[in-house]
Ligand binder design. Structure first.
Ligand SMILES: Cc1cc2nc3c(=O)[nH]c(=O)nc-3n(C[C@H](O)[C@H](O)[C@H](O)COP(=O)(O)OP(=O)(O)OC[C@H]3O[C@@H](n4cnc5c(N)ncnc54)[C@H](O)[C@@H]3O)c2cc1C
Length: 471
């Protein structure tokens, strides 16, 4: 007597059912999916790269991310070697209803490069950079770090706006928009991404740009990793312009007064300005303003800053971008973000009070976002932080497990207190967030993002991110 169902029948049926999963909510069909664990051998045989699972040498190193607060165990990690490997992984995850975690540079504050039970696609070998000096275009693999991109473009005397830490992944930063140096003159990272290759949930590799897959091209400029795995990004390049900076140490005395002065100065800052207000847990507050361009014009403009912060003495410097940027090694950290339209009296009260409460462990970074990035219309890309504002990161590290609660509470309380003035925030500065918060942040762009998500990833395979739900 033969059994009514063989394992092969079951797997075949599950494949069909999972294809239907494209039209259903995740989880509903999971019970029918093919066995993801026993089929990993098939996946390993079908790829050129390496597959690691619990117990494999290197598995623990490969699952470690920058934010050590996230100690997670994926079902398996594939160090993808080819575009075909990425496509195979996506197909496997879809057929087995396993979520995908994409690891580019591994620097997500929210730990999204790794997830329990997920298939982690590690793009570390996708780090080739090519620069076309004549066309002023750089193309990079989806796992390239900022340092590698800048090293190649600077050698050609060119630059594209990027973040300040060289080990951060270019894709993770750009897909969320980018809190970048140079955005006042050139727009931010996503504004300079002129093309990309994306593997969508159906396993197809699509070319995106102004004249192809325009909806997806619009969505990945701000919508994060929600739409697939980006295997290549193309950037517009610009000439390198020197940055003339005046920096002021303020310390712990009259932080509120210094913040008010900073708020007044940035209100009408020119496109050339790169201004920031910082809180260091040990040394307290500092402020700086750089001016990109001619030394004489910079000196004239920065005089205003020197007058406002007197008697603090200005530390003057001139620099051009360096690939490594500011090096910041792995740590355990809680974060929250806020995009503040200005530093009103009430906001200064919240921040200056929080600064004193968090003395010894709390950090803040308020970076001016103005000029070209601010003038691009809100609906031109998915990135919602248009208009002039201060992109704010609230952060606290801990080095002993006993200090974790204090750090997390201070960050959460400060973020919550800012919420009345910060419906929007940079998604890469958020902790894992609720659907309501994500909807609020994307604002008028949210309905279009949901439509595109529903069209290309209805089963929400790409959900290990600040998630845009397809329903
Ligand atoms: C020390 C430090 C400094 C930072 N400085 C800045 C800064 O100056 N400016 C700024 O804007 N941000 C900054 N960030 C935040 C940074 O932009 C985000 O953490 C970003 O997610 C890092 O990208 P990653 O590829 O390194 O991260 P990963 O952890 O590898 O990826 C995070 C998420 O990004 C998505 N993703 C990454 N690569 C791909 C891909 N190829 N295809 C599809 N999805 C992908 C996925 O959803 C993934 O889960 C900083 C973070 C750290 C830790």
């Amino acid at each position: 007597m033969s059994l009514p169902w063989t394992r092969r029948d079951f797997v075949r049926l599950a494949g069909g059912v999972v294809a239907l999963g494209a039209y259903a909510r995740p989880g509903l069909l999971a019970a029918f999916a093919a066995d993801p664990v026993s089929n990993l051998d098939d996946l390993a045989r079908s790829i050129r790269g390496q597959l690691l699972r619990g117990g494999s040498p290197g598995y623990d190193d490969a699952r470690r991310v920058w934010n050590l607060a996230y100690d997670r165990r994926p079902l398996a990690i594939v160090r993808a070697a080819t575009l075909g490997d990425v496509q195979r992984c996506v197909e496997y995850a879809r057929e087995h209803t396993v979520p995908i975690a994409v690891r580019g540079g591994g620097h997500s504050y929210a730990g999204y490069g790794v997830a329990d039970g997920a298939l982690q696609i590690d793009l570390g070998t996708f780090n080739t950079v090519t620069v076309d000096r004549d066309r002023r275009v750089a193309s990079v693999g989806g796992g390239t770090r900022i340092g590698d991109l800048l090293r190649a473009t600077l050698a050609a005397g060119l630059y594209t706006p990027m973040g300040s830490c060289g080990s951060v992944g270019v894709a993770g930063l750009t897909l969320a928009g980018g809190d970048t140096n140079g955005r006042g003159l050139y727009g931010t990272a996503c504004d300079n991404m002129i093309g990309a290759q994306l593997v969508t949930a159906d396993g197809e590799a699509r070319e995106l740009g102004p004249y192809g897959n325009e909806d997806l091209y619009w969505a990945i400029r701000g919508g994060g990793g929600n739409f697939g795995v980006v295997t290549r990004l193309d950037f517009r390049l610009h000439p390198v312009v020197p940055l003339h900076t005046a920096a002021f140490n303020i310390g712990w005395r009259d932080i509120a007064g210094a913040m008010r002065a900073f708020g007044d100065l940035v209100r009408d800052a020119p496109d050339e300005a790169r201004a920031g207000f910082f809180l260091d847990p040990e040394s307290g507050a500092s402020a700086s303003c750089g001016y990109r361009g001619d030394a004489a014009a910079a000196a004239a403009y920065l005089e205003k800053w020197q007058a406002a912060f007197r008697p603090a003495e200005a530390q003057l410097s001139t620099s051009t971008p360096i690939p490594e940027g500011e090096v910041w090694g792995p740590t355990s950290m809680a974060v929250d973000g806020a995009f503040l339209e200005d530093l009103s009296g009430a906001v200064v009260d919240v921040l200056s009070r929080a600064a004193m409460v968090g003395r010894g462990f709390g950090q803040m970074l308020l970076g001016l976002s103005n000029g070209v990035v601010a003038r691009i219309p809100m609906t031109a890309t998915a990135y919602p932080l248009r208009g002039t504002g201060l992109s704010t990161l609230i952060a606290a590290e801990w080095h002993k497990p006993g200090d974790r609660t204090r750090a997390e509470r201070w960050v959460a309380d400060t973020g919550e207190a800012l919420r009345p003035w910060a419906g929007r925030a940079y998604v890469n500065y958020l902790p894992p967030s609720t659907p309501g918060r994500i909807r609020e942040i994307y604002g008028v762009n949210y309905p279009r993002l949901v439509r595109i998500k529903a069209q290309y990833d209805a089963a929400n395979l790409f959900r290990e991110n600040q998630n845009i739900r397809p329903y």
